[in-house]
Ligand binder design. Structure first.
Ligand code: C2E
Ligand code: CA
Ligand code: CA
Length: 658
């Protein structure tokens, strides 16, 4: 008997190359990665065994009889099992994606394959007594037994089961995977034909190697996308690995570190060094948790997933590291980071998307200030749920009529007359009750619908004003809050002018309230341009919330505002810290010198009024004078001249003066 084992040797070489190249990129290889490597090792072992058995048969005159029998028996025992091993790898791929209800039948398929393989092994054992598969004659010459081709048949059966399973599970497998797998029957057919033409050449190894190679090229390499800077897997891989972890209910800890104010590191040291710092942080994460897998989660965000048991400890270790300095390229700096900690499975509600939880926790941490850590817990879950409910309502707020506008008068501190009124949005739904604008306005910005809400507000204001006109009453001036996002819409000028023209409102009756955020960074020139265009049409501007957070007087000086509104927090601080007294006084002095008028909001008591009067503030707004009023009440009081001048400001608390 002579077989040509050269193709088998080449097959073994290819497997060796694959093994060398598929080293784990992952510190936490998945079950499927492990299975793939096992398939490679197993195939290599089987191919070598096949070559050995072929050679013993070839040199049967010199090789001892027991060695020929042993190597061929081993060949029959191990080689045919490559197919089931390979099919198990494929089944695992399906299993990872399978919905719960499909898993049972995948398990059944696995059991059938294992059962048939076990049965076959019994026949291999019995071959020692009966020679069903092969035997040796007196001269040690190899003789085929009646069931010699059984292994081939078994492989065929396994392939058919594999293909049928993939066909049956196609609904949730990705199309690409499906296509690649369907080549296999055709591939087997081609190999069978070639084998029939060249009987003495052993081609089984080549067939398998082609199958393994195509899987390797298509799935094993495609799976991980590496971030080029940190050389760790990127966000995409992070997300897909988390999905698998959640599906398998694996117990892991995820820590995401988002560097605070990393932009300033880039600005100060240059982008290149910024990159080096990021890389350094990523490598440090790996050192702090050698068993974990780091990822580049975002531009300045790094994540680590670990299944180590010291759950909470890790985040503390990371936080402690950020208390110390970082050095790269001879430059030392401190980096602050916000941390999110997620422990999976997420007990409060395992069905919650882990990315939503992480992003939410990170945002909460950032809002609390630099260097904060937030653990994903029931609190985070509640806020996410509330946000989801609110988003749903907010998206339908206009058609469902859950919005209304309130109006809060702003008075001259000298004469007590209402100079203007601020339009303030209100939202109320049956399910959620009243919701404050501080909650829903930022959400509307996030959802990208603030422009729509803003148009609605402007229209309502125009309707109110044209109502006054139609009844022959004097129109008050109404100030409308405009968020920076609304103002950056290129159509904003056209939208505003169109609306007020449609209702024939004199532009001087509308004032827009902007905050400093509208003028941050690159948007400065654009915002200024929009302001000038609207000013050209007679619409004026107030600067809102001055003195809250950062305030940059040099900006303000150069912008064409009519009034500056001091933030209520400044006024409220006066009573606590006496020096605030001087600060407000000087701000008012400076602002008045550059011809702006000053409005102070949040006036809640009489002593604040007298304080503000003493420092020559121009206008005041606050609950003490009048809370925001629903439209009808505002109309009624305005028409009844209850606001002008306000009794509280001019002395007679009982009767308003006319
Ligand atoms: P803001 O522009 O600073 O509005 C003033 C806020 O102070 C209003 O809260 C008002 O009700 C409240 N306020 C007035 N006087 C007093 C007082 O004496 N004491 C206290 N404690 N509060 C007083 P509101 O109505 O809850 O609005 C919150 C924020 O929501 C507003 O802050 C504004 O930034 C935003 N907002 C409201 N309506 C709109 C709108 O139509 N469009 C946009 N873009 N934002 C709006
Ligand atoms: Ca305002
Ligand atoms: Ca304000």
């Amino acid at each position: 008997m002579y077989w040509n084992a050269v193709p088998e040797m080449i097959a073994a070489l290819i497997i060796l190359v694959l093994l060398l190249n598929s080293r784990d990129v992952h510190a936490m290889p998945s079950m499927r990665d492990r299975m793939f490597r096992f398939t490679l090792y197993y195939s290599l072992f089987s191919f070598l065994l096949n070559i050995l058995s072929i050679e013993t048969v070839h040199f049967h005159q010199v090789v001892p009889r027991w060695a020929i029998i042993a190597s061929n028996a081993a060949y029959f025992a191990f080689y045919p099992l490559i197919t089931p091993v390979f099919i198990f790898y494929i089944l695992l791929y399906a299993f990872e994606r399978a919905p719960e209800e499909h898993r049972v039948r995948l398990r059944t398929t696995g059991t059938i394959i294992l059962g048939s393989a076990a049965l076959y092994l019994v026949i291999v054992l019995l071959n020692f007594s009966y020679g069903w598969l092969f035997s040796l004659d007196e001269t040690n010459e190899y003789v085929r037994g009646p069931l010699n081709r059984l292994s081939l048949l078994l492989a065929m059966v396994h392939i058919v089961i594999g293909v049928l399973t993939v066909l049956r599970e196609r609904s949730y497998l990705d199309k690409f995977f499906f296509k690649v797998l369907l080549w296999f029957p055709m591939l087997s057919l081609a190999i069978v034909i070639i084998q029939a033409l060249y009987l003495e050449v052993v081609l089984t190894g080549s067939a398998l190697v082609i199958a393994i190679l195509s899987v390797y090229l298509n799935f094993q390499t495609k799976k991980i996308s590496i971030d080029t800077l940190t050389e760790f897997p990127n966000r995409e891989t992070f997300v897909s690995n988390l999905e698998t972890i959640v599906r398998h209910k694996r117990k892991v800890t995820v820590v995401v570190a988002s560097l605070d104010n990393f932009k300033s590191v880039n600005d100060t040291f240059g982008q290149k060094r910024g990159d080096l710092f990021l890389k350094e942080v990523a490598n440090t994460l790996q050192q702090l948790c050698p068993k974990g897998q780091p990822y580049r989660y975002g531009g300045d965000e790094l994540a680590i997933i670990t299944d180590s048991t010291d759950r909470g400890q890790l985040v503390e270790t990371i936080a402690e590291r950020f208390e110390r300095e970082w050095t790269v390229d001879g430059i030392t700096t401190r980096l602050s980071t916000s941390l999110a900690l997620l422990e999976l499975p997420f007990r409060a509600d395992p069905s919650t998307d882990p990315i939503t939880l992480i992003d939410h926790a990170l945002r909460t941490a950032k809002n609390r200030g630099p260097g904060q850590m937030v653990r994903c817990d029931t609190m985070v879950l509640h806020t996410i749920r509330r946000k989801n409910q609110l988003s749903e309502r907010l998206l339908r707020a206009i058609p469902e009529e859950s919005l209304s506008l309130y109006y809060q008068p702003i008075f001259s501190i000298d004469t007590g007359t209402m100079m203007m009124a601020e339009a303030l949005l209100r939202m109320e739904t049956k399910e959620l009750g009243p919701i404050t604008p501080s909650e829903f306005i930022p959400l509307a910005e996030e959802l990208g619908i603030i422009g729509e809400l803003g148009r609605w507000v402007l229209e309502q204001v125009c309707i109110l004003l044209s109502d006054f006109r139609s009844r022959g009453k004097e129109m008050p001036i109404i100030s409308i809050n405009f968020s920076s996002q609304q103002f950056s819409n290129p159509k904003v000028v056209k939208d505003i002018l169109e609306t007020i023209e449609r209702y024939r409102i004199p532009p001087g009756k509308i004032i827009l309230e902007l905050t400093e955020s509208t003028f941050i960074g690159s948007s400065f020139q654009d915002a200024l341009e929009v302001m000038h265009q609207l000013l050209g049409h007679g619409i004026h501007f107030n600067l809102d919330d001055f003195g809250s957070g950062y305030s940059n007087l040099s900006y303000v000086v150069n912008l064409p505002f009519r009034c500056i509104k001091l933030d209520k927090s400044l006024l409220w601080d006066v009573e606590e810290k006496n020096r605030m007294h001087h600060l407000i006084e000087s701000i008012i002095k400076v602002v008045r010198q550059i011809d702006y008028q000053v409005i102070v909001e949040g006036v809640e008591n009489a002593s604040q009024v007298s304080f503000l009067r003493s420092i020559e503030c121009d206008m005041i707004q606050g609950y003490y004078l009048c809370p925001p009023l629903p439209r009808d009440e505002f109309t009624r009081r305005h028409e009844a001249k209850l606001f002008s001048p306000l009794a509280k400001l001019v002395g007679n608390p009982e009767e308003p003066l006319d």
